[in-house]
Structure formats: structure tokens, C-alpha cells
Design a protein around this ligand. Structure first.
Ligand code: AVJ
Length: 307
């Protein structure tokens, strides 16, 4: 398999730096995407379940607040479970899913097309972290951005603000944004969600090493690592790490690396926000929150904002 040069560069740079770190976006090869799907069904992983229920319950309210005739632009399309709730309620003039994985994009567009045969679906294969030129067909329509899943939590606040500003730019005059943001909550609930009893999140994290071995001509002994999930209270985030359980030596793309027992690779951040923090983040990113929906236990929030 010919590896993505950006993957190779991020992995080599990540193993050279201290502390070692690899961006979370590289979790999602085919195997990683399947494992993430499994995570969303775990009893401990509340975000997907709570957000989907929120969307279903709030759909009529959302439709009323958003009004007719918009184009829905989904950033990092994927969730075949959540999108139909929005499309069914808002009844948009067009739907534009944006994703880096062309294969994934075509699959989910095809699945949605059968449920919404008269909807104009215009997939865009792009990295949503960069500014995007929307398809000309929707140029004249007001937009509703849709960014579910608390994917914003993967970014440090500085990057999250930059992304929100880029989204406002992409979506143009009179745009709205519906965003899902996970709440700060008790540490036990958070840790369980990222270190489940069945070990699926551990497999998801360790799959990154398998992916490096598969794609970058590497010989990392995956059994020399364990999954760690910890709450970083200063930064208000769950962190995932891979910790070496013994002294290790391995090569990646011809370069040799050593790790001592106890050394870690930081693989993911998942930032959590309280109610005011979430609204402040949106304001810093150029959006004004106008409505908000949460579950009875305030586990997760859906926020509607205007630019
Ligand atoms: C897809 C980034 C929202 O942070 O909860 C789930 C990814 N990582 N379990 C999250 C994830 C471990 C997930 N996001």
C-alpha cells in the first residue's frame, strides 16, 4: 500500500518530538472507522446516543428556528444516523456533505439518496480544516452548517476558534450553524466512555500502531503498548495515550526509535465544555448562539448559532 505522505510526515515527526504525539485524524483508516462505529454503540459511550436522541426530539424546534430554503452543509459527513433527522426536519434545498475520505463520502451519499430521493446531494471531497469553495449550485442559498459529534472537541481551543471562523467564511452571509458539543461532567463517566470494559476503545487506539505497521513499513511491537485514557483538568479534556509497557526498539520507514518502559505517545484530545464555555467558544469563533438543546442530565449540548 502506498502511504499518504502527510501520514508518514506526521508519524515520523510525532515519534521524534517529546512528548511524542500523533494527530487523532489518523485513527480513521478502514479498520479504525469500523472500530469507531463499534465505540458509538458501547454502553459507556454516551455522546452518540444522547446527541442522536436530542436531534430527534429537537428536530421540529430546529426546523422552526432555521426556516425553509437553506442548503445544509455537513462538516466531516459520516453519521448516517444523525443526518436523516436534520434533513427530515429542515427539508433543505440541497445537502452538501464534506469529507476527506472520498470513498466514505460516496457511500454515505448513496445511502442518504435512497431515503431522500428528491434531495439534491452535492458531496465535496475536501479537508474541512481548510477554507472550502461551496458548489456553485448552492451559491445563492443561505446555509445551515451542521457539525455534530463534538468533533470540535478534538481541537485545542485556538484551532477550534480558527475552524469556526473558517466555517463562517465558507458558509457566507446569513448562515447558521448547528453544532454538537460534549459537556464537562464527572470524571468517572468520562473515563468509562474512553476506556470501556469491552476494550473496544483500546483496540481503536492500538489500531493506530497497526496502521503505521501496515502503511509505513514499520515493525512496532503492538503488544508492547497499552491504552491509557486520562482526564486533564487544567485543559478540560480527556487524553488518550499509548504507553510502552517495556523498553522497546523498532523502525518506521527506515528510521530507528527507542522507547523506555512507561513512555507514552499522545494520540487524542477530547475537550469538554460547560454551558458558558461552549457559548464563549462559539462567540470567539464569530458565531452568536441563539438556541440550545440539552438532555435532562446535561450530558451533551446541541447549539444553534448565527453568523
Ligand atoms: C469523534 C472525536 C468525537 O472524542 O469522543 C471516541 C472520538 N475517541 N472514543 C470523541 C473518540 C475515543 C470522538 N470524536
Amino acid at each position: 500500500m502506498t502511504a499518504d505522505p502527510a501520514f508518514r510526515a506526521d508519524v515520523l515527526a510525532g515519534f521524534r518530538m517529546r512528548p511524542r504525539a500523533i494527530p487523532a485524524r489518523w485513527f480513521y483508516d478502514h479498520q479504525g472507522s469500523l472500530l469507531f462505529e463499534k465505540i458509538t454503540a458501547l454502553p459507556e459511550y454516551y455522546p452518540t446516543r444522547v446527541e442522536t436522541a436530542l436531534l430527534a426530539a429537537a428536530a421540529p424546534d430546529i426546523a422552526e428556528a432555521v426556516g425553509p430554503g437553506r442548503a445544509v452543509v455537513e462538516f466531516g459527513s459520516g453519521s448516517s444516523v444523525k443526518t436523516p433527522h436534520i434533513l427530515g426536519a429542515v427539508r433543505p434545498a440541497a445537502y452538501v456533505p464534506i469529507d476527506i475520505s472520498g470513498e466514505f463520502l460516496r457511500e454515505s451519499a448513496a445511502a442518504l439518496a435512497s431515503g431522500f430521493p428528491r434531495l439534491s446531494i452535492l458531496p465535496v471531497e475536501a479537508d474541512f480544516m481548510l477554507p472550502i469553495e461551496p458548489p456553485p449550485a448552492i451559491a445563492a442559498l443561505p446555509k445551515l452548517g451542521f457539525f455534530p459529534g463534538s468533533t470540535i472537541g478534538n481541537m485545542v481551543p485556538r484551532t477550534a476558534v480558527n475552524l469556526l471562523r473558517a466555517m463562517a467564511e465558507t458558509l457566507g452571509e446569513g448562515a447558521m450553524l448547528l453544532i454538537g458539543i460534549d459537556r464537562v461532567k464527572d470524571v468517572g463517566t468520562l473515563i468509562a466512555a474512553y476506556d470501556d470494559a469491552a476494550g473496544v476503545t483500546a483496540r481503536f487506539n492500538l489500531n493506530l500502531l497497526h496502521r503505521i505497521n501496515r502503511e509505513l513499513d514499520a515493525d512496532i511491537p503492538v503488544d508492547g503498548f497499552v491504552h491509557r485514557a486520562r482526564w486533564n483538568d487544567d485543559e478540560a479534556r480527556i487524553e488518550m495515550h499509548l504507553e510502552a509497557v517495556r523498553d522497546l526498539s523498532f523502525t518506521i520507514a527506515g528510521e530507528t526509535f527507542g522507547m523506555a518502559a512507561g513512555e507514552t505517545i499522545h494520540t487524542e484530545n477530547s475537550h469538554k465544555y460547560g454551558p458558558r464555555e461552549a457559548r464563549l467558544l462559539l462567540r470567539a469563533g464569530g458565531w452568536s448562539p441563539i438556541r440550545e438543546w440539552t438532555d435532562a442530565d446535561d450530558q451533551f449540548a446541541l447549539i444553534l448559532a448565527e453568523s
